[in-house]
Write a protein that binds this ligand. Structure first.
Ligand SMILES: Cc1cc2nc3c(=O)[nH]c(=O)nc-3n(C[C@H](O)[C@H](O)[C@H](O)COP(=O)(O)O)c2cc1C
Length: 168
């Protein structure tokens, strides 16, 4: 089995989650961990594609929300190409490769909407098998840190994902 984890992250919280998921997957299968600005758009070579990003304004980030993050929330990095723009370029697949999505969201207040749900919707439209449920990991405030225990949960989630796909 070949797996890839594609992520976007402004403050690094989603990146940490992505790394923990990749560690969990790695226990069972080789995995590539790549940020959305460097990720391949042809995914036929993979058996499992995991995609995650921060929830911005109830969905995946946009150039405008990322700009807001830098201008008003002191986000440390400019992300030129997030998972939304990457997904726009992902080539449709003709056999249903498993794709699973995750996001990060603030712990409080609990807001509706989810980058993971939006990404899952996009991947379904491109022919991916999105039958495995998405997952959300929680951060304190916009900049984090992650809520205690989230990295361990992410690693365990990655491990479970890998064994589910291998068993298919
Ligand atoms: C412009 C903007 C909009 C946001 N909108 C939401 C939201 O709708 N719901 C939510 O739970 N968190 C929201 N957040 C918080 C982000 O989810 C949080 O910054 C992110 O999880 C941190 O991950 P990162 O370090 O990988 O960027 C927003 C953050 C920014 C900067």
């Amino acid at each position: 089995m070949r797996a890839i984890v594609v992520y976007e992250s402004l403050w690094g919280n989603t990146e940490q989650v992505a790394r923990a998921i990749a560690d969990g997957l790695e226990a069972i299968a080789p995995v590539e961990l790549v940020s959305a600005d460097a990720a391949p758009t042809q995914l036929e070579a993979y058996d499992l594609v995991v995609v995650g990003g921060p929830t911005h304004a109830f969905s995946m980030s946009r150039p405008s929300t990322r700009e807001t993050a830098v201008q008003t929330q002191n986000a440390p990095r400019v992300v030129e190409r997030g998972i939304r723009e990457w997904l726009d370029d992902v080539t449709a697949v003709f056999h249903p490769i498993t794709a699973v999505t995750f996001d990060t969201k603030v712990e409080s207040p609990r807001l509706p909407g989810s980058a993971a749900k939006a990404a899952r919707h996009d991947l379904r439209a491109r022919g991916f098998d999105v039958s495995i449920s998405s997952e959300t990991f929680r951060v304190h405030g916009y900049e984090g840190p992650l809520v205690d225990g989230e990295l361990a949960r992410a690693e365990q989630w990655g491990r479970t994902l890998a064994s589910t796909v291998v068993a298919h």
